[in-house]
Design a protein around this ligand. Structure first.
Ligand SMILES: [Zn+2]
Length: 431
């Protein structure tokens, strides 16, 4: 256990706040004396001047404010301090819980404390007050120092919550918390996930192509072989939240859903047993790249319904959304953004009969408002172009991709896929 985290979740007002402040002032310093690397992380609000002053005084305290996604915090915690709903959630996630409520200290959820915990809603409900700060300090030290004690507390809590509380009925949030926790765990296992962006896959260079939106099938095949030889496993966005992330992942993405993806990409995916993500327009009446043609780009067919179904059924292709009408989202009003973002999810889900989790911004065009709309529409991933943080999990609504041009050379390809490339570009101050 390198950097233990003691997580405290609770309201920072009224009696709860008093209890949290006393833990931080009277118990935490004792713990830090023996475990100098420990951090006390407090999630909840409102964070006031009094809290900031405390954080200033004790650098091992961090007030995180109110957080809507608690899963990652639970996931990273070594042990959790809390009462009521917090205790139950943490127990459900198999975290060791030290129960303390507004009225009394219960302690680690080992078998002897279970009855008292149940009777008092984990210390919230009690006549009078009963806090034993010394004992709390000793308990936390013991838990931090002894993995078996932590495991016992985690097991007891989990058993209690399974036996006594109808998890699924009382806590519909539980599943979401599980998902968030797992997800964060998976993502933290790798920091750089190269995501490559392609469009068309052509047999020969299309006549009069202006934007270089194609790669030759023979070049793509060479690139896939390169990935294979270097131990990369192409994965998809929908695979990330599950425990299915390969050791050296890469994501191949293809925008717009061109018909040549069926003819030239799909056979390669089957040949190499590799996965890819294709972003489709939600309005299934579009048959061609109508948005590029007025700019002088040559016309190209889009995938037919039958082709999409075959590709989806193979399990090798995830289909994501790319708006309804290939609209520049920062140039239209909020209502139209909503229509494009929500509408493409709804239409594609109806068509594919499964959830659509990823959204690629047309032209990589986005701002904070569009990101918010994409998140609120229920997508897990917002896919950008060359912008966004270089570390994959930093902003899931603005995921950076590397543009693959037809003339991308071998050495460039290698650099683009080997993670360090993004850091290297950053060092140079380029995007
Ligand atoms: Zn596009």
């Amino acid at each position: 256990m390198s950097n233990p985290v003691v997580l405290i979740v609770g309201r920072l007002s009224g009696p709860k706040n008093d209890v949290i402040l006393r833990i931080l002032r009277e118990v935490a310093p004792r713990v830090v004396e023996e475990f100098p690397a420990v951090r006390f992380q407090v999630v909840g609000g409102p964070v006031t001047a009094e809290h900031w002053a405390l954080q200033e005084e004790f650098p091992w305290i961090r007030f995180e404010g109110h957080q809507s996604r608690l899963g990652p915090y639970y996931g990273a915690a070594t042990l959790v301090i809390g009462a009521g709903r917090v205790a139950l959630e943490a127990m459900g996630l198999q975290k060791p819980v030290v129960a303390i409520g507004e009225r009394r200290y219960i302690g680690p959820l080992a078998p002897p404390q279970v009855e008292a915990a149940k009777a008092t809603n984990f210390g919230d409900c009690w006549e009078g007050e009963a806090f034993d700060w010394d004992r709390m300090g000793r308990d936390i030290l013991r838990l931090l120092g002894d993995k078996r004690a932590r495991d016992l507390a985690a097991r007891t809590g989990y058993g209690l919550v399974r036996a006594e509380y109808s998890l699924d009925r009382i806590f519909p949030r539980m599943e979401e918390l599980y998902r968030e926790t797992l997800f964060e765990k998976n993502l933290s296992s790798f920091h750089e996930l190269p995501i490559l962006m392609y469009h068309r896959v052509a047999e020969k260079p299309p006549a009069g192509s202006k934007y270089n939106l194609h790669i030759l099938r023979s070049d793509l095949e060479r690139q896939l072989r390169f990935l294979q030889n270097h131990g990369f496993t192409p994965t998809t966005f929908e695979d990330l939240p599950a425990r299915r992330v390969p050791k050296k992942p890469v994501i191949l993405t293809f925008d717009d859903g061109y018909e040549d993806n069926y003819r030239n990409l799909f056979p390669l995916l089957k040949k190499y047993r590799m996965k890819a993500v294709v972003f489709l327009l939600g309005d299934r009446r579009h048959k061609k790249n109508f948005w590029d043609i007025p700019q002088g780009e040559s016309a190209a067919q889009l995938l037919t319904a039958g082709q999409i179904r075959q590709m989806a059924a193979s399990g090798l292709v995830e289909f994501g959304a790319h708006s309804l009408n290939h609209v520049r989202l920062t140039r239209v009003g909020p209502r139209e953004v909503r229509r494009e973002v929500e509408g493409s999810k709804r239409e594609l889900e109806r068509f594919l009969k499964k959830p659509v989790v990823s959204f690629a911004y047309p032209y990589g065009d986005l701002n904070e408002e569009t990101k918010k709309t994409v998140r609120e529409a229920g997508y897990t991933f917002g896919i950008a172009v060359q912008k966004g943080p270089s570390r994959f999990a930093d902003d899931l609504m603005e995921i950076r991709r590397v543009h693959m041009f037809p003339e991308t050379s071998w050495i460039e390809y290698w650099k683009k896929t080997s993670g360090f490339y993004l850091r290297y570009r950053k060092l140079l101050g380029k995007n």
